[in-house]
Design a protein around this ligand. Structure first.
Ligand code: ADP
Length: 386
């Protein structure tokens, strides 16, 4: 992979601070390298969202942590125990809860019995207390005696989460858990899930292909591509400071404009981007919410552009405008602003925005003379991006 970032192991922090650690993990299926020399550290109590295009190795990574696959190389540690690598701990002894897209509840068992299933070896009264506790956690105490077919899809998914949490696992792995739910239900179940995970302090790794979901749920987000984590960071970092063109494009709508060095610094067609002058052939990444459009008038500056297309997108109106160079860029505008096709406007980068720069496929780090106001520094014990 050229110029892209890899996730390095955390170099500090105690063994007990991390819930899941992968070191140099690889897994192939025949000629397909599904996971490639991957390092990952998930801290206790955090929710990690793994996102990436279909086939990039997300599910394989979860299956390796769960023990449903054996790595060809490397090691997996869950809590303080090495569970794969020199040792092998079978899935049922890893203290891991699983929640998949298909709820996988036993249809012939009631909700209570489904949850009791993972609580073998405890007294009946202990089981009943735990069943009540986890159902209350997902706001479903009233369905305890129902069968799965008597529940909605969202309720089934919350029961699946309750079942996964019941044995107090070290980690819960969720593979596209909300994708079978319709949009309105998804938001609710998602919020309940995050609340339940945080309330119990449970570490979770969630696989999704939905950018908004990854950004809103994850304490950290891992953007995967071709078997590696290309960027690891806080949601704000992967969205606002993508390390590569791939991440910039994958995590949301993005347009790319070439820059040139001027007397004042690096400029693109929309204006000055940074005062640094030491970069040639860089491109600037602009997202639709970062582009402002105004009608020409006294004191209004910006690049001359003509509205090319107007698209109603519900909360926003997406304007595609053509710049003098012939390049197009996109801008989200509120309902109060709707410029008809053909309107002459002035386009600029919205105030306060410090756009990212790419050199080829790779992002340039920001100039120390222009501190990034949005950057959130990583705590020292969290894997850093290089
Ligand atoms: P994702 O979850 O990101 O869609 P997967 O982890 O399912 O990706 O798959 C990664 C790659 O490994 C893909 O190329 C997929 O076709 C391949 N793969 C996954 N599971 C198997 C399997 N059991 N046998 C053969 N190839 C597989």
């Amino acid at each position: 992979m050229t110029g892209a970032a890899t996730v390095r192991p955390a170099t500090s922090g105690t063994a007990t601070a991390s819930a899941v650690t992968l070191r140099g993990v690889s897994k192939s299926y025949g000629d397909t390298l599904a996971v490639s020399d991957l390092d990952l550290t998930v801290q206790r109590g955090e929710i990690v969202a793994l996102i990436g295009p279909s086939g990039c190795g997300k599910s394989t990574l979860l299956r390796l942590v769960a023990g449903l696959e054996r790595p060809d190389a490397g090691s997996v540690t869950v809590g303080d125990r090495v569970v794969a690598g020199p040792e092998w701990v079978p899935p049922e002894r890893r203290r891991i809860g699983l929640v998949f897209q298909e709820h996988a509840l036993f249809p012939h068992l009631t909700v209570a019995d489904n949850i009791r299933f993972g609580l073998d070896g405890r007294s009946r009264s202990e089981q009943d207390a735990r069943v009540r506790e986890v159902l209350e956690l997902v706001h479903l105490a009233h369905v305890v005696d129902r069968y799965p077919h008597e529940l909605s899809g969202g309720e089934q998914q919350r029961v699946a989460l309750a079942r996964a949490l019941a044995p107090r696992p070290e980690v819960v792995l969720l593979d596209e858990p909300f994708s079978s739910l319709d949009e309105s239900l998804r938001a609710r179940v998602r919020a309940d899930t995050v609340e339940a995970l945080h309330a119990t302090g449970t570490t979770a790794i969630l696989v999704t292909h939905d950018q908004t979901e990854a950004l809103s749920i994850g304490d950290h987000v891992g953007v995967m591509r071709a078997g590696v984590v290309e960027q690891w960071g806080r949601p704000v970092e992967v969205f606002e400071r993508p390390v590569s063109r791939f991440v910039a494009s994958f995590m949301g709508d993005a347009d790319f404009l070439p820059t040139s060095v001027t007397d004042s610094g690096l400029a693109c067609e929309l204006g000055l981007v940074t005062i640094r002058k030491d970069v040639a052939d860089a491109e600037v990444v602009v997202r639709p919410h970062e582009v402002s459009l105004r009608l020409p008038g006294p004191g209004v500056t910006g690049a001359a552009a003509v509205v090319d297309r107007v698209e109603y997108q519900g909360p926003f109106i997406l304007h595609t405008v053509r710049l003098a160079s012939g390049r197009t860029i996109r801008s989200w505008q509120p309902h109060s602003v709707r410029y008809p096709v053909g309107t002459e406007v002035l386009a600029s980068i919205a105030p306060g925005i410090v756009p990212s720069l790419l050199s080829g496929e790779t992002a340039l780090t920001h100039s120390p003379t222009q501190p990034d106001p949005t950057a959130t520094p990583l705590p020292p014990d969290v894997g850093s991006v290089h």
